[in-house]
Design a protein around this ligand. Structure first.
Ligand code: AMP
Length: 187
């Protein structure tokens, strides 16, 4: 499967994040998946793409022309696609991906994963969305989703369509058995 991984253009301040990106890269190759990602060389983006390449896997990166130098595009990958705008970049990452996984990252990562989450609820994304919750990094977002349920802005059913995990086994089962949310109707 093609796995789109969203993650930081920074490394974070704990080795645990870098190690999680290496582990994710190895999981992708060991399971004969392919990596789709933002095309950068820096931070966790660089770690996950370099790991997949060095383990003999396949990587497609999508980056904008204006970010090519700023984020140091990773030219040493299977295919690097350069586009003009961020929406184009995100669209290709969504179109190519069959599963969306967020490793820790900053505002860019958060925007990317929450976009696919929100699109799932309006029938525009039928693929699984996973928050890789290493070091409990995504706990505040998880709590926010629970708060949405408690406050009547998200159904409990839809909330269960997004996985927070650090277990590869749980992630694999989730992907295997995933069915998209029933498209939201407005009352
Ligand atoms: P960050 O998580 O902020 O380190 O960013 C991770 C990746 O997301 C980087 O490649 C950013 O260029 C990208 N990014 C940041 N903002 C956006 C955005 N508005 N739309 C798409 N990608 C973005």
């Amino acid at each position: 499967m093609r796995i789109t991984v969203y993650c930081g253009a920074s490394l974070g301040n704990d080795e645990i994040y870098k190690n999680a990106a290496i582990e994710m890269g190895r999981w992708i190759v060991n399971n004969r998946h392919q990596l789709v990602y933002g095309g950068g060389k820096l931070g966790l983006m660089g770690i996950v793409s370099d790991t997949v390449m060095s383990e003999g896997g396949e990587v497609t990166g999508i980056i904008t022309h204006f970010l090519t130098e700023r984020e140091l595009a990773n030219e040493d990958i299977t295919k690097l696609i350069k586009v003009d705008t961020m929406p184009e970049r995100k669209k290709i990452m969504i179109d190519l991906g069959e599963v969306y996984i967020a490793l820790p990252g900053g505002p860019g990562t958060l925007e990317e994963i929450t976009e696919v989450v929100s699109w799932a609820r309006i029938g525009q994304n039928s693929n699984p969305c996973i928050f890789f919750n290493i070091n409990n990094y995504y706990e505040p977002i998880k709590n926010m989703f629970d708060n949405m349920v408690n406050s009547g802005f998200l159904t409990a059913e839809d909330r269960d369509k997004f996985l927070f995990t650090t277990s590869y086994e749980e992630m694999e089962n989730f992907i295997k058995t995933y069915t998209p949310p029933v498209t939201r109707k407005y009352k």
